[in-house]
Design a protein around this ligand. Structure first.
Ligand code: ZN
Length: 501
């Protein structure tokens, strides 16, 4: 539930009096098949405590081993963020007791992170860019999950008991921390959202995470403080935890700015604390007082070798960094000659990458776009799944388009073929073959159907012969029906008219 009524300053007054300073901390769960320090699977949604072993449960005598794929992903993320990759760095133990942390410490990185000192130029709504400086990206392991039973909202408050699920304990995480973001002024909330958006898109393009904020594979904490205009010393900051949608990032930052401004203007002081964000009304409420680094008694992890990526490997990974998604979008928009609005709709519909992949598989851009935004979007809505979770690949869509262009099937049959693909019956060409859906292109077979239809409708045949060519529609319809829709209607029409000369 939200906190008691909080005083808020009007946003324009906040901006007139204060300069906001932001700091963003984003945790991203990597999509490696196994955990950070053991071979347990990482799949989301399994039965509780079925993906655990002595290492991730922290049982005495068990020893961790670093997941190489996770290190590779960490380096690629660091490179994509223009960071320096450390040639030698150790893991550290972060000591704290919390029930969802079975070892009573978390293996993290402290003063020797894998990547430091980078930046990301993020795109704002008006097309301008804002540079966000990156302090560090480091590797760590995720905690388990507490499930509180009996309370009204799944929170610990009011719960009768709590259950622990350690499936997530030990899943590889990368924490990406910005340097203080200053100079954004009134656009600070927008910059925060644009930064997390850019980071999400970049991580997705890197293929290192499924970046689903709603499933917690991308989690964002927003640090906010205010200082009077003209001051140089930062104010005390609060950290709003686990803001779980892009829009909420913007809402949470704006709310904290207005709340802190009201406290400061009223002569109060800001308490350094974590705060909870409430999705329902866009407010924050106090959490725990913030621990300092000393509270965690960090020390180098004695059970693990240092990570020392050799320069050649790092350079090789640098070659795998993709074009920034927003630059790629701008390039494609201009290549395809699309308006800003059409492009935005494609992106919002989650169709852009699918269309690009379909074009890469050999389909013309217009046809690829039309399939994904029309018929397939409709199918995704019917099934209530995101477009990219439909069981059809861009290559299969490109194959359907090729079959139509080659006049092997017509547009109507193409939809049936797509339905069969969605039903899991195989690839388009196989389906056309197996179901006998190929277009009847044999003129003599069509000719016979035309003769039959004309013979069955002598009055219409007479009309056509007397020059009323619009009457041919009925005959064409009958032939299409007789061929189960598998004929080329234009060709049938030609044959009908030819037969009536
Ligand atoms: Zn394990």
């Amino acid at each position: 539930m939200s906190a008691p009524t909080v005083d808020l300053m009007d946003y324009s007054d906040v901006i007139a009096r204060f300069e906001p300073v932001l700091g963003m901390e984003v945790h991203v769960e990597l999509n490696t098949a196994t955990k950070m320090f053991c071979g347990c699977p990482t799949e989301f949604g399994a039965q509780p405590n079925t993906q655990v072993c002595p290492v991730c449960l922290g049982l005495p005598g068990s020893l961790p081993v670093v997941n190489q794929k996770a290190v590779e992903s960490a380096i690629r993320i660091g490179l994509a963020l223009n960071c320096t990759i450390t040639p030698w760095g150790r893991f550290a133990r972060k000591n704290y007791f919390y029930p969802d942390q079975p070892k009573n410490y978390q293996i993290s990185q402290y003063d020797e992170p894998i990547a430091t000192n980078g930046h990301l130029d993020v795109l704002l709504d008006d097309g301008s860019t804002f540079r966000v400086e990156i302090e560090r990206a480091h590797m760590e392991e995720d905690t388990g999950k507490s499930v509180h039973i009996g309370g009204a909202t799944g929170r610990i408050h009011g719960a009768s008991h709590s259950l622990l699920d350690y499936n997530r304990a030990g899943v590889p995480l990368i924490e990406i921390v910005t340097k203080p973001i200053t100079g954004a002024g009134e656009r600070a909330p927008e910059v925060a959202r644009a930064y997390v958006t850019a980071l999400r898109d970049l991580l997705k393009a890197l293929g290192v995470s499924d970046v689903k904020m709603e499933q917690g594979s991308l989690r964002c904490d927003a640090n906010v403080s205010l200082m009077p205009i003209g001051a140089t010393e930062f104010g005390t900051r609060t950290e709003t935890k686990n803001v779980n949608s892009l829009r909420s990032v913007e809402v949470a930052v704006r709310f904290e700015m207005r709340r802190q401004a009201a406290v400061l203007a009223g002569g109060g002081t800001i308490v350094q604390e974590t705060r909870h964000f409430h999705e329902t009304d866009g407010t924050t409420s106090p959490g725990r007082r913030k621990e300092t680094a000393e509270d965690y008694r960090y020390f180098p992890e004695p059970d693990l070798e240092p990570v020392a990526p050799d320069a050649e490997w790092v350079e090789q990974l640098r070659g795998t960094i993709p074009e920034y998604p927003w630059l790629r979008r701008a390039r494609i928009q201009s290549d395809w000659g699309l308006s800003h609005e059409v492009m935005r709709d494609l992106v919002n519909a989650g169709a852009l990458d699918l269309i690009i992949a379909t074009v890469d598989a050999g389909a013309p851009a217009n046809e690829a776009r039309s399939w994904w935004v029309a018929y397939l979007t409709e199918k995704a809505k019917e099934r209530e799944v995101p477009l990219d979770e439909l069981p059809i690949t861009p290559a299969q869509v490109a194959e359907v388009i090729k079959l139509v262009d080659a006049k092997s099937i017509n547009n109507k049959v193409a939809k049936q073929v797509v339905d069969y693909v969605l039903a899991g019956e195989g690839d388009p060409a196989q389906i056309v073959e197996a179901k006998g859906l190929g277009m009847v292109s044999d003129d003599s077979a069509l000719q016979a159907e035309v003769e039959k239809a004309l013979a069955a409708n002598p009055d219409i045949a007479d009309k056509i012969r007397s020059g009323k060519v619009q009457a041919a529609g009925k005959i064409v319809g009958d032939v299409m029906k007789a061929t189960r829709g598998q004929a080329d209607a234009a060709r049938v029409r030609e044959l009908v008219l030819a037969a009536c000369v």
